[in-house]
Design a protein around this ligand. Sequence first.
Ligand code: NDP
Length: 432
Amino acid sequence: MSQRGVSAKSEPATQAELQAAMEKYEFGAAWLPIMLLLPPLVFYMWICMTQNQGAFLVPTSMAELTKLLSLVPGPTLASTLFVALWLGGQALLQIYAPGEWVEGTPLADGSRLSYKMNGWFSFWMTLLTLFFCCWMGWISPTFLFDEMGPIISTTTLFCYGLSLYLYQKGKASSDKHMTGRVMYDYFMGTQLNPRVGRFDFKLFCEARPGLILWVLINFSVAAKQWQLHHTVSTPMMLVCLFQFFYIMDYFFHEEAILTTWDIKHERFGWMLCFGDLVWVPFTYSLQAQYLLAHPGELPTWAVLGIIALNLAGYAVFRGTNIQKHHFSRNPDHLIWGKPASFIRTARGTKLLASGFWGLARHLNYCGDLMMALAWCLTAGVSNVLPYFYIIYFTILLIHRERRDDALCHAKYGADWEEYRRQVPSRIFPGIY
Ligand code: NDP
């Protein structure tokens, strides 16, 4: 096994230093605009999609603004029942569906938490059950599209409630992390791994209700296109298939979530809760929502180009993530047919510096962004809103890379500097 750049003499950072590095790129005063603006933004984009064929709606008078606001629906009996059954059903699957118990990465005190990996089973169980219910005529395939507004309202209210519960629960716990600023703590969360028994709120919300709902919303929108236009267009099929495959792949490699930033470092408060349960399903499905009102076809060369971009993005995304995963389990694992090249850190861990991890320090983000672009391109180029996903996602991943870089620098000191020297690109090889 080759080994380059053996660790410089740097003392491992203390927990307080790591925390300070994390906070450097935390959200500071941005929590207020984020909490105030994101929920209306979700509604706004949904209204643009359903009322204005996916183009921006700009009110030019008080009367138009009042009309726009009146389009924001409150919860209905159907949406409340759906959200209760959906979250309850997914929670029951998380607890009772068969799956292997796997240990997470070590916590600050050296202990590890166990996680039940039954996402693959739960994903297929949910899909097959709902398809059966639609097939039997018990549920309308367009229900999610038809009730989307009230479902957004109900889920948003639920997030505020759940975050309040998590805030109180964290306050009373011995492993809390609080700044003392009440609203900020409510926003960022007060515990890294809030649990009741072995039920882990963060893993559950990150992985289950939001991601599976995203796929189901796409299918429901495709069913609506069929109902309205008697066709499911090729771009609609592509976006549904790409995103279905992305989520299926996620559950197939479910264990890989245990080494992600969110699970290892992010506390669970309003930000992640709203992100997982509202933001992901209702804004990540915008391309399908847009295509409903635009059932036109793309030229064959564009379809082939989009498929190629998605496949290339997937290869980079999955290849990068799985390389790190294999390396962390077995450093002798060959990388592209050769022994791995790595930096041994003073903390005793190893930083992979070959394969995808030798091209850029976060090539997985580059692959994810390539797929995001392919999904957005299915909507053609005449409107900006379907490109919301790639714009937002680019900002998120650039910010996240900065946070991760600051944390890794605090953690690994001179060893991280050596890694930066060997692999200068952050996300896009040779560009950024
Ligand atoms: P990573 O999976 O890249 O994890 C970063 C961590 O990996 C670091 O903190 C460090 O942790 C370790 N690490 C960094 N460099 C190396 C190296 N060279 N060798 C070994 N270990 C290293 O980041 P994320 O968790 O942010 O992302 C995971 C995936 O999820 C990505 O593909 C991303 O695109 C995707 N994602 C998708 C989102 C979506 O909304 N669709 C949102 C966010 C992410 P340590 O020091 O503890 O080992």
